[in-house]
Structure formats: structure tokens, C-alpha cells
Design a protein around this ligand. Structure first.
Ligand code: GLN
Length: 483
């Protein structure tokens, strides 16, 4: 049963091949026996899951239908879940049980989804390897000595290892697409404002966006359908109708103009990944797409701009975790300053402290214009690059990451080396555009992803192209040995 996709589960539940309770029980048993190798879950919510599964079965017996009714999911541990620990991968929130459900969690639960647990992640979503979690590193099911990517590394490893069919992730600079690429999944970062951020613990508010992680584009379409839509509780949520993503999955690609940015194929890209990307291009040409070379000249400036803006926003967002209003409080403080210092010093790990310091510095009087304002100007140039490109092409294609998954610990002492892995993903966040990563082959037994970027609100187009590609390729069907 664990090999079934979300779409297949929906059919199995509808034709009564199995019940949600049976499926939930089987997956919980699998998590208990296999997850100790991976560490992809921070919390397993067994009792609640079985209760939700029985409730879903009862709703179905009463005549209700719905593709998500009774289907299992796991949520990244930055989505608030009422009464259940929501740690954000941090000691700071180790004993925080959220008083309410995030909009995404509530919508999926209302649709009848069953939450199996909360997945491991880089602390406060800062990272590309899932090694900065207070709960320990996550292992890549394709090779247990390698990282699964981050920050949604737990959500990725759990789905790749068939512990759960789908999961939620969040993407501030690539945290859905990059771990999806490194574990052979399909992951979608929607347009900024498409999915509500209410109840999703903030890292960098102008960049953060929640989205689906699954094995297939079809499953991403089903899950996004349940997640997307206007939410009055999120002031950045956009009141745009949500199209039927499943209805357009099979649309023809004849004449679709796909742009390959020349800046995405230069130095730094593993040539074996470049070859796999070119092979995916040929598949899409075979389906009728027309390929053009394009230029995104500001790509070079994206990493420095992102690593000013994201820490600046993080330093502000994380100021609430002070041991008074929110978060871990130190024992026996001498005075108020001691309380702040020790609570934050004990609660936050090294990478989070580094980002808070960088961000506070960039926002301080005297440096604001030189760093933060400059970075915002670069951000506009990056957006303009995309607008110019989308005047000529319908979609942009390139590698998701410059390298396959690296060994655990290999970049842990060199933060900048890890930041450089974000080169192809962070531009979509800076511009607010939707992006998708899909499986495109293997290098040394490790998965490789191809990224597609589209104009605002064209998630349907991304899912359509990935789905058609997945009908003529079988990379996405491969499972890691032992899982
Ligand atoms: N790797 C990037 C960072 O560390 C992106 C993380 C994310 O998307 N949450 O900021």
C-alpha cells in the first residue's frame, strides 16, 4: 500500500479496496520501523491520526466523497498544529504546542486528510541540508550518508522513502524545490500569495511560501488544490480564483515556448547534471515544445541580495522569541538582560544566530542603505529580468541545483558553500514567481531535478508540463533501495 500515489489512494478509498484506518495503520507501522534510519519525523501523531482516519471512513460511509478524504499527509514542523508540538526544528520551540491550526493544516484536515506527524527541518527553515535541526540531521533515503537537502528535508525524505504519500513544505529560497530535487520528488513553490501563510512560522515574510511535495505532478496538483486560495487572515494572500489544476494536466505542449537561461548552464554546474537537463529538454521538444536561449543577467547578484534580505527579515521576525513573549526561557535569570541573552543563546542554534547577526547588521543605521536598500534594488532587477524573459517565452527551464546531494557534514563548517547551492532557486522567491522541481535522472545513484519557472499564478502550466513529462519518462517512479 505504501507504494501508492495520492491519486491511487483516492481511487482505492473510493472503491473500498482499503479503508483510511487500514492505510493509516500500515503507514504508521512503516514509519516506526524505518524512520529511525532517516530521522524524517520530529513528532508522530499516532492517536490523532487513527482518530482522523476513522472519522474520514465514517464520512465516506455517510456518502461523502472527495479526493483527499482519508488520505495521509505529514506537515513540515513550521505549520502550526493545534495541541501538537510545533517546533520549527528549534530548541526555542521544543515545548510549544500551537493553540491553533495553520490555514493550510485546517483546510486539508477539513477535506479529510489524516496527519501522520510533523517532519524534521532546518532550524527556522534556515539551511539547504537539514543539518541545522535541533532534532538532528535527516538522512537521504537514496544514500544514508548524504543529506536530503533542506530546509524541508524531513518532508522530502519521508515521501521519498514511501512513509507517507505527500507532505507540505515551505520555500523561502528553494526549500521545497531543492530537497525535492535531491530525493527524486516533485515539489512546487506556488506564486507568493497563492497559499496562506497564516500559522506558518515566519522566516523571511516577503519570500516564504508553502507548497506541496509529492512523487508526481498529478499528486502535487491534488494537494495544491486543497492548500491554495484566499485567506482573510493573511494580508499577503491574494484573492484570485483557484483554477482546477487536475483539469489541465494533460493539455498539449504543442508550440509551448521554453527558455533556457544561459546563466544557468555556466561554471559551477556539474556537467552530468547539465547533460540530464538537456535530455529533459529533448523529451519536451518531442512533446511539441519550442526551445529558445534566454538571458537572466542579474542571476549573479541573486545570492548576495537574498543573503541580505532573508536574514534582515529573519532578524525582525525572530525578535519575538525572547523567553518572555515566546520561546524557551533560561533557568534563574539574574536580570532582564541576562534573561534575553541566555534564553536566545540557549534557544537558537549557530546558523540561526549567524543569520540574526547578519540581518541586524544589515538593518542598522548607517548600513541600511549600503546593504538592505541595495539588495532591494537588485531584487527589482531580478524581477525585471524575468518579466523581460516572459515576454518571449512561456516557461523557463534549468537545473534545480548545481550539484547532487552532498555528504552529511561536507558543507557544515562552510555556510557560504551551502548558500551557493541556492543559486537557481532563490531568484523565484525574490521575484515571487512559481517554480517546480521534477525528477530528471541520477548521478552516482543520487537524484537530479529539473526546475521549471512560470509567470505569476501559472502553477497549472508548471503541473501540466511536469505531468506530460512524467508520462514519457519514469524517473519519478524509481524508489530508493531498502524503502
Ligand atoms: N537555503 C536557503 C536558506 O537557507 C533557503 C531556505 C528556505 O527556502 N527555507 O535560506
Amino acid at each position: 500500500m505504501h507504494q501508492l500515489t495520492l491519486a491511487e489512494i483516492a481511487r482505492g478509498l473510493a472503491d473500498k479496496s482499503f479503508s483510511s484506518e487500514e492505510l493509516t495503520g500500515a503507514l504508521l507501522a512503516r514509519i516506526k520501523s524505518l524512520d529511525p534510519q532517516l530521522n524524517s519525523f520530529i513528532s508522530i501523531t499516532e492517536a490523532q491520526a487513527l482518530e482522523q482516519a476513522r472519522a474520514a471512513d465514517a464520512r465516506r460511509a455517510a456518502g461523502e466523497s472527495g479526493v483527499l478524504l482519508g488520505a495521509p499527509i505529514a506537515h513540515k514542523d513550521l505549520f502550526c498544529t493545534r495541541g501538537i508540538r510545533t517546533s520549527c526544528g528549534s530548541r526555542m520551540l521544543d515545548n510549544f504546542a500551537a493553540p491553533y491550526d495553520a490555514t493550510v493544516v485546517a483546510r486539508l484536515a477539513d477535506a479529510g486528510m489524516v496527519t501522520l506527524g510533523k517532519t524534521n527541518m532546518d532550524e527556522f527553515a534556515m539551511g539547504s541540508a537539514n543539518e541545522s535541526s535541533h532534532y538532528g540531521a535527516v538522512k537521504n533515503p537514496w544514500n544514508l550518508e548524504h543529506v536530503p537537502g533542506g530546509s524541508s528535508g524531513g518532508s522530502a525524505a519521508a515521501v521519498a522513502a514511501r512513509l507517507v504519500p505527500v507532505s507540505t513544505g515551505s520555500d523561502t529560497g528553494g526549500s521545497i524545490r531543492q530537497p525535492a530535487a535531491l530525493t527524486n520528488l516533485t515539489g512546487l513553490k506556488p506564486t507568493y500569495g497563492r497559499v496562506s501563510r497564516w500559522g506558518m512560522i515566519a522566516y523571511a515574510s516577503s519570500l516564504d511560501q508553502g507548497g506541496p511535495m509529492a512523487r508526481t505532478a498529478q499528486d502535487c496538483a491534488l494537494l495544491l488544490q486543497g492548500m491554495a486560495g484566499f485567506d482573510a487572515n493573511d494580508s499577503t494572500s491574494i484573492d484570485e480564483p483557484v483554477p482546477d489544476y487536475s483539469a489541465t494536466l494533460n493539455a498539449p505542449l504543442q508550440g509551448l515556448r521554453i527558455g533556457l537561461p544561459k546563466e544557468y548552464f555556466g561554471a559551477g554546474l556539474d556537467p552530468r547534471i547539465a547533460d540530464l537537463v538537456q535530455a529533459s529538454v529533448r523529451e519536451l521538444e518531442g512533446l511539441g515544445a519550442v526551445i529558445r536561449e534566454i538571458s537572466l543577467p542579474s542571476t549573479q547578484q541573486a545570492i548576495p541580495a537574498y543573503y541580505v534580505i532573508a536574514p534582515a527579515e529573519a532578524s525582525s521576525n525572530l525578535s519575538r522569541f525572547d523567553g518572555v513573549r515566546f520561546g524557551h526561557r533560561c533557568e534563574a535569570p539574574k536580570d532582564l538582560t541576562d534573561l534575553y541573552k541566555r534564553s536566545r543563546g540557549e534557544g537558537f542554534g549557530a546558523e540561526v544566530q549567524r543569520r540574526i547577526m547578519v540581518g541586524t547588521y544589515a538593518l542598522s543605521a548607517g548600513y541600511y542603505d549600503a546593504y538592505y536598500l541595495k539588495a532591494q534594488k537588485v531584487r527589482r532587477l531580478i524581477k525585471n529580468d524575468f518579466m523581460n524573459a516572459f515576454a518571449e517565452v512561456d516557461l523557463i527551464l534549468g537545473p534545480t541545483t548545481p550539484n547532487p546531494a552532498w555528504k552529511l557534514g561536507a558543507k557544515a563548517s562552510d555556510p557560504v558553500a551551502a548558500y551557493l547551492e541556492d543559486v537557481y532557486t532563490i531568484t523565484a522567491n525574490l521575484a515571487g514567481l512559481p517554480g517546480l522541481s521534477m525528477p530528471a535522472g541520477f548521478v552516482d545513484g543520487l537524484p537530479v531535478g529539473v526546475q521549471l519557472l512560470a509567470p505569476y499564478f501559472q502553477e497549472g502550466r508548471l503541473l501540466n508540463v511536469a505531468h506530460r513529462y512524467q508520462q514519457v519518462t519514469d524517473w519519478h517512479t524509481r524508489a530508493p533501495t531498502g524503502f
